[in-house]
Design a binder for this molecule. Structure first.
Ligand code: ADP
Ligand code: MG
Length: 243
């Protein structure tokens, strides 16, 4: 007899509401993320996506609703927060040092990940000497080293040119497997969401409500196949109609 094992929900939000200055930003947001999933939230700008991440991470309080978080979360915010006066190595070490790890030990830890993330050879450069893609790799590694379990990524590739972006998307899928992490991802790029995700929540604007939850069950093992599939266009159409 086979029983379907329900995976563990590590993030679950129930009826989250949030207003700023009497303006309802998020309304009745309920969503969940299971261990190992890649879940995206897609919505127009101003729909409250970043606010939602701030609520999940506790930077902002919701007005009502509840949330259960049973995972360690690393949060890579929309803005690149690398310090310009520190090298890539020192930037990545920073959260470890804040946790009390010695500089020497922090560097040893970071070195173990340089090859995997493609940052080898860039560790002594300063952020402004890096391309946009490399900066995002450095931010990603720094965020990963704060949690190692679940990463909240807020439009990490939004500012990249389309060729770099497509390379970084493939990089992210590979690194997710290697590091064995769960990802909750914000984007306003529909194709990006369809390429990367196991599930997508579509957020409408003013107020931000969840309009739909879409499971992407095609080409799950070989996601690059999605980019040339009919399902891509079908799903894209479905999402466009909702936005
Ligand atoms: P998104 O990330 O989807 O673009 P945001 O969550 O950044 O949307 O913002 C949603 C809305 O909430 C916007 O209208 C924004 O101006 C407003 N907002 C966000 N943060 C604050 C804040 N701290 N104070 C007042 N208004 C805010
Ligand atoms: Mg945002």
């Amino acid at each position: 007899m086979t029983t379907k094992v329900k995976k563990a929900e590590i993030i679950s939000l129930n009826n989250i509401n949030k207003s700023y200055n009497d303006m309802r930003i998020l309304q009745d947001i309920s969503l969940f993320v299971e261990y190992g999933e890649f879940v995206s939230i897609i919505g127009p700008s101003g729909s409250g996506k970043s606010t939602l991440f701030n609520i999940i991470t506790g930077l902002t309080d919701a007005d009502s609703g509840d949330q259960k978080i049973s995972t360690n979360i690393g949060y890579m915010q929309q803005k690149d927060l690398l310090l310009p006066w520190k090298t890539v190595m020192d930037n990545i070490c920073l959260p470890l040092q804040i946790k009390g790890v010695s500089t020497k030990e922090a560097r040893q830890i970071v070195k173990q990940y340089l090859d995997m993330t493609g940052l080898r050879g860039y560790e002594n450069k300063y952020p402004n000497q890096l391309s946009g893609g490399m900066r995002q790799r450095a931010s990603f590694l720094r965020t990963f080293l704060t949690s190692q379990d679940t990463m909240l990524l807020d439009e990490p590739f939004g500012a990249l040119d389309s060729i770099t972006k497509s390379k970084m998307q493939k990089w992210l899928l590979e690194i997710k497997e290697k590091l064995n992490i769960t990802i909750l991802f914000i984007t306003h790029d529909i194709e990006e969401a369809i390429f990367l995700s196991d599930r997508i929540y579509v957020l409408g604007a003013k107020p931000g409500i969840i309009k739909s939850e879409i499971s992407l069950d095609f080409h799950k093992e070989e996601k690059t196949m999605r980019l040339v599939s009919n399902e891509l266009l079908e799903t894209k159409n479905e999402i466009l109609k909702l936005l």
